[in-house]
Design a protein around this ligand. Structure first.
Ligand SMILES: *Cc1c(COP(=O)(O)O)cnc(C)c1O
Length: 387
């Protein structure tokens, strides 16, 4: 009997999304317009209100805009974790500044806050923590450190729709900006897309201008305002980072399902945690307090805890049993560009280096059925029990 291959991740797109996208196509307004405005308003509400939400065509674009709006430029330094996707570091280079990499805390896989202070220099401008896998960082500790050293904070919240710590939604902390991703495999998706959330009015204004060519008001305003429609002013060499109404109509449907998606992901994560507990595997870190904290469970990041099988052999064996897995992430200090550019050594990042050797992410997404998860668990057991 041949079983179907279970992919590592799939988006969860329903008939609602398809109907909404078709309605947008029929409406005649396909780029940034009323659906995007509505998506921004509803996203702001979703993360608790009293914030501005600024849509962009990727989280990478959003992180770039937020960092630019913080005034980061040539020669500045920005603190980032090594255990992240390259976007977190590359946007620093876009502005000619230098990322300064920090190891992960083995207990959370997030940036090791205790090591941040030793990396701060006179050139440091911003800290970019990443809420790894959807587990929220200790934002109180990061923000107080930033305040002490007069640094800005931009949260890479690509994994956190939604996450919460000490009863505070990610998006509500006193950071300068919080940037979400709606890439195809993230907790909610618009195909490609992202959102900047901020309480900083000045930063919001700059991001909105730079999002669309440095035009001092956006296209939607331009075509609906009562002022003469042809007139606009360029105040900076901006970017082309706006989100389309096609994408936003997808996003509106996905956002309405975000809580349900999170509940399903959490139930699946709890099942993995219970049913894999006896195996030689280090299971993902969990929130400190399940009453006040919320984990989005974007990813289920495990570590093999046995010398009898390598990570690569494990991934191969899972693949032969018809199951897709992945690794989050190859630390930036091991990537050719980053290690050569900054002469980075593995020994400088012992925790992330060790994690990477044995890291494997199991599939966890809402399109998976209970039977799919049973298959994943059975495959992991078959490989690890018979060593
Ligand atoms: C996915 C991801 C990004 C980039 O998101 P895009 O929307 O694809 O640009 C940034 N940071 C982290 C940690 C991510 O996982």
């Amino acid at each position: 009997m041949t079983v179907k291959f279970l992919p590592f991740a799939l988006p969860d797109i329903g008939e609602e999304e398809i109907n909404e996208v078709v309605a947008t196509l029929r409406s005649g307004w396909v780029t940034t317009g009323p659906k995007t405005k509505q998506f921004e308003q509803e996203f702001a509400k979703y993360v608790g209100g009293n914030v501005e939400a600024i849509s962009v065509n990727s989280a990478t674009a959003g992180l770039h805009l937020a960092l630019e709006a913080c005034g980061v430029t040539y020669g500045d330094e920005v603190i980032v974790p090594t255990l992240t996707f390259t976007a977190t570091g590359e946007i620093v280079r876009y502005l000619g500044a230098d990322p300064v990499f920090v190891d992960c805390d083995p207990n959370t896989l997030c940036i090791d806050i205790a090591q941040i202070e030793s990396k701060i220099t006179a050139k440091t401008k911003v800290i970019i923590p990443v809420h790894m896998a959807g587990l929220p960082c200790d934002m109180e500790a990061i923000l107080s450190l930033a305040k002490k050293h007069n640094l800005r904070v931009i949260e890479d919240a690509a994994h956190t729709c939604p996450s919460k710590i000490n009863n505070v939604m990610i998006g509500q902390h006193a950071s300068d900006a919080v940037v979400y991703s709606f890439y195809a495999t993230k907790t909610i998706t618009t195909g490609e897309g992202g959102m900047i959330v901020t309480k900083n009015a000045e930063l919001a204004k700059r991001c909105k201008i730079m999002r669309l060519h440095g035009i001092s008001r956006d296209a939607f305003d331009r075509y609906t305002s009562t002022k003469p429609a042809w007139f606009y002013e360029i105040v900076a060499p901006g970017y082309k980072y706006n989100l389309t109404d096609i994408a936003s109509s997808l996003g509106l449907c996905q956002l309405a399902k975000a809580d349900r998606f999170q509940a399903r992901r959490q139930a699946m994560a709890e099942r993995y945690l219970a049913e894999l507990a006896d195996l030689p595997i280090i299971l993902p870190p969990q929130v400190n307090n399940p009453v006040t904290d919320l984990h989005s469970w974007h990813l289920f990041c495990c570590q093999l805890n046995t010398r009898k099988i390598s990570r690569d052999e494990f991934i191969q064996a899972m693949s032969e049993l018809g199951i897709g897995t992945s690794v989050h992430f190859i630390p930036l200090h091991l990537q050719p560009y980053w290690l050569e550019r900054y002469n980075l050594q593995s020994e400088q990042f012992p925790n992330a280096s060790q994690y990477f050797k044995v890291a494997v992410s199991l599939p966890l997404y809402t399109k998976m059925t209970d039977e799919d998860q049973t298959r994943v668990i059975a495959a992991v057991r078959q490989i690890l029990v018979n060593l």
